[in-house]
Design a protein. Structure first.
Length: 291
């Protein structure tokens, strides 16, 4: 776990390009049906669960891309490469419309449970799929299910990954420690406050949430998400999201996202961009500001 008080942390309030007051990089995890049930093989006996996940790339994604286009907002999509293999055309549209794609495992593996060798194998497999199916080499990584091992940041950096959006303990970009002369891995923290599972996910078998009976009032969710964005903007910080098309890009829930995107667009002083752009800017600043 990286300390939020890392000596490599940048200034108290980050400096943003072109005099912008804060940075917003919307991010979506296009997990589809990958994850626990695919990893343990139980998905074969659970077609209902499979179809719940498949709804993401199949139905929710096109609707979300339409909405992003309406608001002229760029986004980053973290995609397990099993999804890239099975919905290649849908993923091609993401790139065609100017968004970014980034690493998120192959089957959504838990990096915290894998040896460094196994983590590297997942990364190599993912890179091969991104290159062969989409013709791109991603710059970013978000660890599936939110944790990793002590070796992961250096492993990612040496693999050529430029940034991670996996840790929680900051609201500004920072860089992971690296040997002198080596380009560090940028961390672009994301927080569970902006994970749509906290308010909107509802699955059965396996159950989520435990104990069930909780889908929040959509008007409240919209108000909460707008308040989260406004708070970060007021302090001049960096803000990203952990949203899942299969959870929040459903017909009635699109109004939540529409309200959020409208609120962001209301401020001319927000730098709306992709995570890769924020990472590039952060590295540029880190190089300038290091003694
Ligand atoms: Zn995920």
């Amino acid at each position: 776990m990286q300390s939020p008080a890392s000596p490599l942390l940048l200034r108290d309030v980050p400096l943003w390009p072109n005099g912008k007051g804060s940075a917003v990089a919307l991010a979506f995890d296009l997990d589809g049906p990958t994850g626990d049930a695919m990893l343990d093989g139980s998905l074969r006996q659970n077609p209902r669960y499979f179809s719940e996940g498949a709804y993401g790339p199949f139905r929710a994604l096109p609707r979300l891309l339409d909405l992003l286009a309406q608001h002229a907002l760029p986004a980053t999509f973290f995609i397990p490469t099993w999804v890239v293999e099975n919905w290649t055309e849908a993923c091609t549209r993401i790139l065609r419309e100017g968004h970014e794609v980034a690493y998120h495992g192959h089957y959504h593996e838990y990096f915290r449970d894998l040896t460094p060798e196994a983590q590297l194998q997942v990364m190599e497999r993912s890179r091969a799929v991104f290159q062969s199916r989409l013709g791109v080499t991603p710059q970013g990584f978000r660890t599936p299910s939110g944790d990793w091992t002590a070796e992961t940041p250096a492993l990612l950096r040496d693999f050529g990954v430029r940034y991670s959006s996996s840790m929680r303990g900051e609201d500004r970009p920072y860089v992971h420690p690296a040997p002198v002369g080596v380009t560090p891995l940028v961390e672009l923290p994301a927080r569970w406050d902006m994970d749509d599972y906290t308010a909107l996910a509802y699955f059965e078998d396996p159950v989520f949430p435990e104990g069930q009976d909780r889908i929040s009032d959509y008007r409240t969710v919209r108000a909460n998400w707008i308040a989260e964005f406004e708070g970060y903007h007021a302090e001049g910080l960096f803000w990203t999201t952990i949203l899942h098309p299969k959870v929040s890009a459903k017909p009635a829930r699109l109004a939540i996202l529409d309200g959020l995107f409208t609120a962001i667009r209301r401020h001319d002083s927000v730098w709306t961009t992709t995570l890769a752009e924020v990472a590039g800017w952060t590295l540029q600043q880190a190089t300038k500001e290091q003694p």
